[in-house]
Design a protein around this ligand. Structure first.
Ligand code: PLP
Length: 431
């Protein structure tokens, strides 16, 4: 292809690809402008087709715990590819990955691999309905569990950004089986489960919300969900697609001490290749075909390349790696706070481990309503100022920034110094 600018490429892509993208948030509708078209990445940096470099805080939406083209991951994928890219048959790597996951997350006795987080959620919901013989599920506003029909009653980040509360094409009778509750409202969840529990198969929750920006659970919120689902005979499904292997070695369930019935995994699990998974006790997972009657399958499930990337990523996620991530994230958080203060821009920075969101508001953000109350004008100005200075942030105010172990001191310093000027531009916008 001849050398194109980002804008030329994108214009042409819009002819052949819907909206020019294969996932809507990439189109920059929330911030305006044309997305940089990424030609390559290395460590914490990416380069666009115009040759411009950026420090990347998208990191494939959290999948890249060790940054781009991490040496050991690339080597493992190369080696696996040389042995054959897909067999549609059992292979040694998938057992190694299942055992590695089990060792980190004790609530997972058995793990079924799929190819995305969407598939993990969809399959776990089917399993929960079969296990309980109940039709309904509950989710929380601002959480995202992929784009299967049952989950599109819960407005995800992509949808929230586009301002579509419910997608056309999702049948009302399907969406009506999904109840959407406010995040961090333990009382509402309790009331709901006490009243409607007998028809509720499962409650799904992001243990640290990452799809309305980072919103940690209030003390007692997850504990109430655990207690009330148990009492109601409903399953508690922790969606750890973002938090798994990120907020702790064993995910949010380790960090907060919550034992779910089922866990959803994705993103880091595939180390930048397509993989998802869902797991729990043998008692539940044995209901899946071929042991049990619940159908679930996938041509590329357990794909050898994805398994090699995921396994290598997890093996490199040592306690030293988590400690280094925590140091970088702490430095970024405190640097951003100081920069905002010196520009007199009110903002709320919420962080859990290496997940962070900067909200343009002077109040804490505890749920989706709070998140929607933030200044989008200021976010846009800040976002584009950062982009011009070579810092690539997630292009929506409702997203987490993801750090990787490749984000070291120098990159953090560069980011903070860019933020000092970007806050000045944001300050010129009304709150
Ligand atoms: C990304 C995400 C999903 C969906 O995963 P895909 O691989 O994009 O289908 C599900 N749940 C959460 C919490 C996510 O962040």
């Amino acid at each position: 292809m001849p050398l194109l600018s980002n804008a030329e490429w994108f214009e042409r892509a819009r002819g052949a690809i819907p909206g020019g993208v294969n996932s809507p948030v990439r189109a920059y509708r929330a911030v305006g402008g044309t997305p940089p078209v990424i030609a390559r990445g290395e460590g914490c940096r990416v380069r666009d087709i115009e040759g411009r470099d950026y420090i990347d805080y998208v990191c494939s939406w959290g999948a890249l715990l060790h940054g781009h083209a991490h040496g050991p991951v690339v080597a493992a994928v190369r080696e696996a590819a040389g042995r054959g890219t897909s067999f549609g048959a059992p292979h040694p790597g998938e057992l190694e990955l299942a055992e590695e996951v089990r060792a980190r997350i004790p609530s997972i006795e058995q793990l079924r691999l799929v190819s995305s987080g969407t598939e993990a959620a969809m399959s776990a919901i089917r399993l929960s309905r079969a296990a309980t013989d109940r039709p309904r599920i509950a989710v929380f506003e601002g959480c995202y569990h992929g784009h299967s029909d049952s989950c599109l009653a819960a407005a995800g980040s992509g949808l929230a950004t586009l301002g579509l509360p419910l997608s056309p094409g999702v049948l009302p009778e399907v969406a009506s089986r999904t109840t959407v509750l406010p995040y961090n409202d333990a009382n509402r969840a309790r009331e709901f489960l006490r009243a409607e529990g007998p028809s509720v198969a499962a409650v799904l929750v992001e243990p640290v919300a990452g799809n309305m920006g980072v919103v940690p659970p209030d003390p007692g919120f997850l504990e109430t969900l655990r207690e009330e689902t148990r009492r109601a005979g409903s399953l508690l499904i922790l969606d750890e697609v973002i938090t798994g292997f990120r907020v702790a070695r064993g995910g949010a369930q380790e960090r907060f001490g919550i034992g779910p019935d089922l866990t959803l995994l994705g993103k880091i699990l595939g180390g930048g290749l397509p993989a998802g998974g869902f797991g729990g006790p043998h008692r539940l997972l044995s209901l899946l075909a071929p042991e049990g009657p619940v159908y679930q399958a996938g041509t590329l499930s357990g794909n050898p390349l994805a398994v090699a990337a995921g396994l290598t990523t997890l093996r490199e996620a040592t306690s030293q790696a988590y400690a280094a991530l925590e140091r970088s994230a702490t430095a970024l958080e405190s640097g951003l706070r100081a920069a905002a203060a010196s520009a007199s821009v009110p903002c709320t920075i919420q962080r859990c481990a290496s997940l962070l969101t900067l909200f343009f508001t002077d109040r804490p953000v505890r749920n989706f309503q709070d998140a929607k109350g933030c200044s989008t004008g200021r976010f846009r100005a800040f976002f584009h100022a950062m982009l011009r200075k070579g810092i690539l942030l997630p292009p929506s105010p409702y997203e987490a920034w993801f750090l990787s172990t490749a984000h070291r001191e120098e990159a953090i310093r560069e980011t903070i110094s860019a933020a000092r000027e970007a806050f000045q531009e944001a300050a010129a916008q009304p709150l």
